[in-house]
Design a protein around this ligand. Structure first.
Ligand SMILES: *[C@@H]1O[C@H](CO)[C@@H](O)[C@H](O)[C@H]1NC(C)=O
Ligand SMILES: *[C@@H]1O[C@H](CO)[C@@H](O)[C@H](O)[C@H]1NC(C)=O
Ligand SMILES: CC(=O)N[C@H]1CO[C@H](CO)[C@@H](O)[C@@H]1O
Length: 206
């Protein structure tokens, strides 16, 4: 009884402290930050100001608010040739296998930040493209300065139902290969899995 209470506290503390959030808050005024032009008329899909608001949740540590706008059975493909690449069909698994795996390689004293540099489309277009800048350091000091382009398909409720994420594969592969703890757990439930340099060393979360 006593021991199990201690265990619960330790488990809770572990999850509550790392990774606390996927991206640490970035300075909203940093140069290159996207500014949307407000649109007054109603659009079928989220307009650029709404898309910016949704992505700013991810940028400022409000992960739950961001992922509330992603369908639980989202079809999310991470493009490229690196250990995180593949097609995911489940929001929980996508988060654990890509964003949290990467966050696990970061140096907590210089965590990864995300900022939105451009948004293309949206409004009456079903698809939009978000150009993102992710910056921070990995545990071994590797500067993680990556540019992402996420092509997203929205439904009429303003929820992302499909995405194709393009990024610098070589940098992601280096970050994972050089910094991932062998004890870091994630799922392995992708289709069209692309083997990375460290192969399929997946362990189901306990
Ligand atoms: C994060 O961004 C959202 C959307 O722009 C905003 O509503 C929210 O207040 C921000 N939260 C923090 C903690 O900055
Ligand atoms: C996603 O995977 C998690 C973990 O296996 C599971 O609990 C959840 O029900 C799945 N969600 C969907 C929409 O399939
Ligand atoms: C080169 C380097 O510092 N690698 C580290 C990356 O992170 C793992 C997990 O914390 C360490 O074991 C490595 O030493």
């Amino acid at each position: 009884m006593f021991a199990s209470t201690i265990t619960s506290i330790i488990v809770f503390a572990t999850f509550a402290t790392f990774p606390p959030i996927i991206f640490a808050g970035s300075t909203p005024t940093s140069s290159g930050e996207f500014k949307c032009t407000p649109q007054k008329s109603h659009t079928t899909y989220p307009n650029q100001c709404r898309i910016l608001e949704i992505f700013n949740y991810l940028a400022n540590g409000s992960d739950e608010a961001f992922f509330a706008q992603v369908a639980p059975d989202v079809d999310w493909t991470v493009m490229g040739t690196h250990p995180l690449a593949g097609e995911y069909h489940n929001r929980t698994i996508f988060i654990a296998d890509t964003l949290e795996r990467l966050a696990n390689t970061e140096d907590p004293s210089n965590p990864l930040t995300l900022s939105v540099t451009n948004i293309i489309g949206g409004g009456n277009e079903e698809w939009s493209v978000q150009e993102l800048h992710v910056l921070g350091s990995c545990k071994n000091g590797l500067v993680f300065d990556n540019r992402y382009a996420w092509a997203t398909r929205w439904n009429t409720e303003g929820v992302i139902v499909q995405a194709r994420a393009y990024l610098d594969s070589a940098l992601v592969a280096t970050a994972i290969t050089e910094n991932e703890s062998v004890e870091h757990h994630y799922y392995d439930q992708r289709t069209s899995l692309m083997d990375g340099p460290i192969g399929l060393n997946c362990v189901a979360p306990s």
